[in-house]
Ligand binder design. Sequence first.
Ligand code: GLU
Length: 376
Amino acid sequence: MQITALSDLADPARCPRLVVKVGSALLVDADGPRRAWIAALVSELAAARARGQDVIVVSSGAIALGARTLGLDKGGRGSLADAQAAAAVGQIALSGLWAELLAQHGLTAAQLLLTLDDLEDRRRYLNATATLSRLLDAGAVPVINENDSVATQEIRFGDNDRLAARVAQAARASAVLLLSDVDGLYDRNPADPAAERLAVVRGVTPAIHAMADGGSGSGLGSGGMTSKLQAAEIAELAGIALAIGNGAPEAPMARITQGGIGTLFLPRGKARARKAWLGGRLRLKGTLTVDPGAAQALLGGASLLAKGISGVAGEFARGDAVGIADTAGAVLAHGLVEYDADECRLLLGRHSNEHAALLGYAPRPAIVHRDQLVLR
Ligand code: GLU
């Protein structure tokens, strides 16, 4: 049963497993953690559990909270070192609070701090999947954040929106709810009185991207609409519904699911799990540019052959994930490459029957085999 409406997010039959992501501005203000608000949200999470839904929380707020405790300016986001120190301080208090408030409903919290690589590396991704499924089977409520204190600039999510979508994939969730400070996606800047909220989005197209203006409204988190749309893209490809709604009003989950106030991004047909993981990868080691003929063939389901490649960027090794882009730079697909970057440069544009002589060994049938390739 597919999710087709916001109300389905509260239906255990259509949404047996829900990821709820909570933004920093909802969790922390100038006085510290917003305890009463968090307690009210925990009541809604407990109600979802009582209905028979598994819930996973992705909680921001560590940096904002730690910065306040340490007296760091710019909400702890002035430098990477500040963010890392702030997160280390804030995370303890944050996890403690979730654990305490969940326990009041007889629920056990389980903390997971993940880095980008924990979900980009296939083996570690499967480890995270196994841990999540064991925790949920055991009845715990995973409370997840990025491990900001060790994640360095190049290898961090930086925002919990995309982390939540990747977690949903790893946990095989049915839906992700991003609680933010806006009611959803608007067709133009929400400050414009003519702006209208989109109730349902079918496919995150360039026109949808054009509606997001980027930047975080609150200045406390790092998300903004851009990262929410990236999260929606990851989710839709994985066959997971994603909703954006406002966490600020009372009983926000009920307001979104019963009141229908939010934006629902519909899932696409469910990609096979491995392909969804590949398509949702955020870090690519390089890019192969392809000519229009090869682009056409890829869209028709073919493997990528050397003949159709016109450019190779980046340094990658066999088995790494690369993007496949058209000549205008639009990424068409992600794939695991069969050759390292130097070999690709040697083979590009060359017909398969020349490969053995160029390489000095028996060539593989394709640069990226269609089984290792997922269209964007
Ligand atoms: N991981 C960050 C924190 O706990 C939040 C990232 C975000 O703003 O989405 O503070």
